[in-house]
Design a protein around this ligand. Structure first.
Ligand SMILES: NC(=O)c1ccc[n+]([C@@H]2O[C@H](COP(=O)([O-])OP(=O)(O)OC[C@H]3O[C@@H](n4cnc5c(N)ncnc54)[C@H](OP(=O)(O)O)[C@@H]3O)[C@@H](O)[C@H]2O)c1
Length: 301
């Protein structure tokens, strides 16, 4: 048993990492930034001293870093502000992790690619087309050149029940419940990834002492419209409220890698179980919702 520190545990991926690392028998210490959670410590990774102090106090063997400002359009509009978190903050963490001789688990994205020829493998060269993707590439590079023991996990379109209720499935469910129209692009392709399954796979890779770069996503690619229609079908909501649209019609600030998504063969060759298809992840969500009651309201951004 070892001590696992999860920085950014109040977010979607972090919440499930806490659970899976605990289930695997590790002692878990977790942090939030702006959304307090009982039992977690506050940390802003832009504060190098506070980051160093916390990691020195906790003396973890593994530090997971799902913390990020991952709002793609916000990164495009405020590159300097977001760079402070997504690159400088990561550098603060990697220095502190090196100082205690721990392993770093960093979370990246298929937005490191240009989306011209997905799905992408680990050996494909990054070529980001938006600020968020550029920041992810720089952070990955900083980790690779400054650390010996690290795992970089690239994922995409993460969904599942989450404390903050802001992923695509929440937004869709709330829109459909209110009988409103949701426009979903037919030309943005990725692999919907069930958050608990992602966290389980990552903890297993750690327990197998894997290092380097892994793509961890659901095994099937879908465009956003197809995924949205499947959500409506599985939750028995009115799929006619979902309108297919082209990305350019959405007027999003940041360019999107369209033909993206990733190949998951490398991870699946070492994991004990295949990663979950999105049809199965959504079905589990429905079962849990039936057991627990109503769909939580999505947080307003
Ligand atoms: N979700 C996806 O579809 C997706 C796809 C590809 C890659 N990723 C990557 O996976 C990682 C996790 O994503 P997620 O969906 O879990 O994101 P999330 O739900 O937005 O969570 C982000 C976490 O980072 C924390 N945080 C933000 N700024 C911080 C700061 N300055 N110092 C310390 N903590 C800070 C947040 O804390 P508070 O909420 O308490 O402020 C929160 O716990 C990110 O690196 C993201 O880029 C996600």
């Amino acid at each position: 048993m070892s001590v696992h520190l999860i920085i950014g545990a109040s977010g979607q991926v972090g919440e499930h990492l806490v659970h899976q690392a605990s289930v695997a028998g590790h002692t878990v210490v977790a942090t939030y930034h702006k959304h307090p959670v009982v039992g977690m410590q506050q940390l802003d990774i832009r504060d190098a001293k506070a980051t160093e102090t916390l990691i020195a106090q906790v003396q973890p063997q593994v530090v997971y870093l799902p913390a990020a400002l991952s709002h793609v359009d916000y990164c495009e509009q405020y590159p300097e502000e977001t760079y402070q978190i997504n690159v400088m903050g990561v550098c603060n963490v990697l220095r502190a992790v090196n100082a205690v001789g721990a392993k770093l688990v960093y979370f990246s994205s298929d937005y490191v690619f240009d989306g011209k020829a997905g799905p992408y493998r680990e050996e494909d060269p990054p070529n980001p087309i938006c600020e968020y993707g550029r920041q992810k590439v720089i952070a990955e590079h900083q980790i690779a050149i400054n650390m010996y023991d690290y795992l970089i996990v690239r994922t995409t379109v993460v969904y599942g029940w989450e404390r903050q209720g802001k992923n695509f499935v929440y937004r869709l469910l709330n829109t459909l419940k209110n009988s409103e129209i949701l426009k979903a692009p037919v030309d943005q392709v990725g692999n919907p990834t069930y958050a608990p399954d992602l966290a389980k796979a990552v903890v297993e890779l750690i327990d197998l002492n894997k290092k380097g770069l892994y793509h961890i996503v659901g095994p099937q690619r879908a465009n956003r419209y197809e995924f949205a229609c499947e959500v409506a079908r599985v939750f028995a909501l009115d799929g006619d409220l979902i309108q297919p649209i082209e990305t350019f019609e959405l007027g999003q600030v940041a360019p999107r890698p369209l033909v993206a998504g990733m190949v998951v063969e490398k991870a699946e060759s070492v994991l004990s179980l295949p990663l979950l298809r999105y049809q199965d992840g959504l079905r589990i969500m429905v079962e849990q919702n039936t057991a627990q009651g109503r769909i939580p309201e999505a947080r307003q951004e």
